[in-house]
Design a protein around this ligand. Structure first.
Ligand code: UDP
Ligand code: MG
Length: 322
């Protein structure tokens, strides 16, 4: 059997995981060898301050290993982004570097990535503390599903498989890696979920606390906004602006009527303040929508980023498209 020379890239972010690297490599290698395909393992050292870099240097004797060393800690999302930028596999599998994900799930994900664009792991039997991990995570999954319309049991699972084209379209910011399935779905990518094995962390420390919940929530607002209105901000701000202006206008007309026809004093009435405020806010909201429209154009045109994504292009047309 001839091996596909760009079959699989495994992307693993590492931040202070010195004790996990060798056991992880030892568990990963036989699984990947057993798959009978060409593969690469991309380790991203996310600015570790322990022996992670040294441990990784010991692995580069293996020609299937690529190590990307960050200058400082940029975070897991940036580490994934770097991995995606450097990966050349047709399928890209991401996982944690602390052995909480099980390498033996990789063949299953790889196989499913032949049928789906994105396969997301589901840590159904998750081995993390309930109160500060599984509970906030369950609430987050529910909320993300509601808001984005892409319902998954486990957004936070790092073990995922992507087809190359999916990754090419992704631009990741903040803590955005958790929302990839939602973002990808909005590009028109089909997403599947599969139950994966999860283990408790046995070595090293977890890098996140409960404060992550706030960040995830703020990122969710961003994702929702971009998903719904990134190409039409005026449609988002406009209705609010119009409603506010109209309400303010109605209030003003009512007060003007009282003043002009009934001769009542309106100078001391709180309603006057409200009317003026509503008009000002309304005009500002419409102005924000218009500014947004300009930003959208700058964003898409400066990056030559189309407002659509193509699955494929078929046929020739009249030929050479340069
Ligand atoms: N990680 C990283 N950069 C960071 C934080 C974490 O690359 O700033 C890596 C970490 O080394 C691990 C993975 O991301 O491989 C998941 O982190 P962790 O196990 O701490 O998260 P948890 O499983 O507790 O949610
Ligand atoms: Mg972990």
């Amino acid at each position: 059997m001839q091996k596909n020379n760009k079959a699989l890239s495994v992307v693993i972010p590492l931040y202070n995981e010195e004790e996990n690297i060798l056991p992880l490599y030892a568990a990963l290698k036989p699984v990947l060898e057993g798959m009978g395909i060409n593969y690469e393992i991309i380790f991203i050292d996310d600015g570790s301050t322990d022996g992670t870099a040294a441990a990784l240097e010991g692995l580069i004797a293996d020609p299937d290993v690529l190590v990307l060393e960050f200058r400082r800690n940029f975070g897991q999302t940036a580490a994934f982004a770097a991995g995606f930028d450097h990966a050349i596999g047709e399928v890209i599998v991401t996982m944690d570097g602390d052995l909480q994900n099980d390498p033996s799930d990789i063949p299953k994900l790889y196989e499913m990535a032949g049928r789906y664009d994105l396969v997301s792991g589901w840590r159904k039997n998750r081995k993390d503390p309930f109160l500060n991990r599984r509970l906030p995570s369950a609430m987050a999954n529910w909320l993300i599903g509601k808001v984005t319309g892409v319902k998954l049991h486990d957004y936070g699972c790092s073990l995922k498989a992507y087809r190359r084209e999916v990754v090419n379209n992704l631009r990741l910011y903040g803590e955005m890696h958790r929302f990839i399935p939602a973002v990808a779905n909005w590009y028109g990518v089909n997403v599947a979920e599969v139950v994966t094995t999860h283990h408790p962390r046995t070595r090293g420390k977890s890098k996140y606390g409960i404060t992550r919940t706030v960040k995830v929530f703020l990122d969710l607002i961003t994702v929702k906004f971009l998903q719904s209105f990134s190409t039409k901000p005026i449609q988002f701000f406009g209705p609010m602006g119009l409603a506010s202006t109209a309400a303010g206008f109605a209030v003003s007309v009512y007060l003007a009527f009282q003043k002009l026809f009934l001769g009542k004093a309106i100078g001391g009435r709180p309603l006057l303040l409200l009317g003026v405020l509503l008009i000002i806010i309304g005009i500002q909201l419409i102005g924000m929508g218009l500014l947004g429209e300009m930003l959208v154009r700058v964003y898409h045109e400066s990056q030559k980023k189309p407002i659509y994504t193509l699955r494929k292009v078929l046929g020739q047309g009249i030929g050479d498209r340069g």
